[in-house]
Design a protein around this ligand. Structure first.
Ligand code: HEM
Ligand SMILES: *[C@@H]1O[C@H](CO)[C@@H](O)[C@H](O)[C@H]1NC(C)=O
Length: 236
C-alpha cells in the first residue's frame, strides 16, 4: 500500500515535472487566468507613448536587451542587491535603456486585476509589440507564459549585448549565438527606423568610416562634433 502510494506520488511528481518542462508558450496563456491582461498592458503602453513618442522605440529596445541576456526573462528589470548584479548598469544599458517605469506601471495595473499571475517578462514582450503596432509598425502574435528570472547578470549583459563600435562580422556572430541569422539581424535592426542615438555612439562612423553616405555623414556631423556633445540625440 505504502509502495503503491509512493509510486503514485512519484508518478504525480513526474507528471508535474513533465508539464513544467513541456510548458509551451501560447498567445492564449492568460485567457482564463487573466482575460484582460493584454488589453490592460496595451492601455498602459499606449498612454505612455501618447505622452512620449520616443517611448515606443525605447520599449522595443528594452525587449531586445532583455532577451539577449539570459533569454526573455525580465532580468533587465532587476535592481542591484547584494546577490544581484543589475543589468541596468551594463555598458549597453546605462544612461541609454529607457522605459523601466512604463513596464512597472503596466505591471501595477495588471496586478490590480490579477495579482501574481502575469509575468514581467511577458509584459515586456507584449509592450514591445504594442509599441510597434501603436506607432504604425508591424504587429504580431506574442506567445505568453514566460517566467521571470530571479537572477540578472551585468557580466553577461556586457559580454553579449551588441556594442556600437563592433564590425559587421562580430555583430553577425553575436546574433548567430542566439540562433538568429544575418538576415534576422538585418530585419530586426529595422527597428532603428524608430528612436534616437547619442552622438558618442555614432561619432566614429560619421568621421572615420568610408562606407557611410557622405551627405548623411555631413548632416550628422553638424550636431555631433569630434569632441563634446556626447549625449546629443539624432535619429537612431
Ligand atoms: C545589430 C546590432 C545592434 C546594435 C550595435 C545596436 C546599437 C544601438 C545603439 C548604439 C543605439 C543608441 C543608444 C543610445 O544612444 O543610447 C540603439 C538604439 C536603438 N536600438 Fe539598437 N542596436 C542593434 C540592434 C537592435 C535590435 C535588434 C533592436 C530591436 C529589435 C534595436 C532597437 C533599437 C531601438 C528601438 C533604438 C532606439 C532606442 C530609443 O530611442 O530609446 N537595436 N541601438
Ligand atoms: C578616427 O580615427 C582616428 C585615427 O585612427 C582616431 O584618432 C580618432 O579618435 C577616430 N575618431 C574620430 C571621431 O575622429
Amino acid at each position: 500500500m505504502a509502495a503503491k502510494t509512493g509510486a503514485a506520488a512519484f508518478m504525480f511528481v513526474l507528471f508535474l515535472v513533465s508539464v513544467a518542462c513541456q510548458a509551451q508558450l501560447s498567445p492564449t496563456f492568460y485567457d482564463t487566468s487573466c482575460p484582460t491582461a493584454t488589453s490592460t498592458i496595451r492601455r498602459a503602453i499606449r498612454s505612455a507613448i501618447a505622452s512620449d513618442r520616443r517611448m515606443a522605440a525605447s520599449l522595443i529596445r528594452l525587449h531586445f536587451h532583455d532577451c539577449f541576456v539570459q533569454g526573455c526573462d525580465a532580468s533587465i528589470l532587476l535592481d542591484e542587491t547584494s546577490s544581484i548584479q543589475s543589468e541596468k548598469t551594463a555598458l549597453g544599458n546605462m544612461n541609454s535603456a529607457r522605459g523601466y517605469n512604463v513596464i512597472e506601471n503596466a505591471k501595477t495595473e495588471v496586478e490590480k486585476i490579477c495579482p501574481g499571475v502575469v509575468s514581467c517578462a511577458d509584459i515586456i514582450a507584449v509592450a514591445a509589440r504594442d509599441a510597434s503596432a501603436y506607432v504604425g509598425g508591424p504587429s504580431y502574435a506574442v506567445k505568453l507564459g514566460r517566467r521571470d528570472s530571479t537572477t540578472a547578470s551585468r557580466t553577461l549583459a556586457n559580454a553579449e549585448l551588441p556594442a556600437f563600435f563592433e564590425d559587421l562580422e562580430s555583430l553577425i556572430s553575436r546574433f548567430q549565438k542566439k540562433g538568429l541569422t544575418a538576415r534576422d539581424m538585418v530585419a530586426l535592426s529595422g527597428s532603428h527606423t524608430l528612436g534616437q542615438a547619442q552622438c558618442f555612439t555614432f561619432r566614429d562612423r560619421i568621421y572615420n568610416d568610408s562606407n557611410v553616405d557622405a551627405g548623411f555623414a555631413s548632416t550628422r556631423r553638424r550636431r555631433c562634433p569630434r569632441v563634446g556633445s556626447d549625449s546629443t540625440l539624432a535619429p537612431a
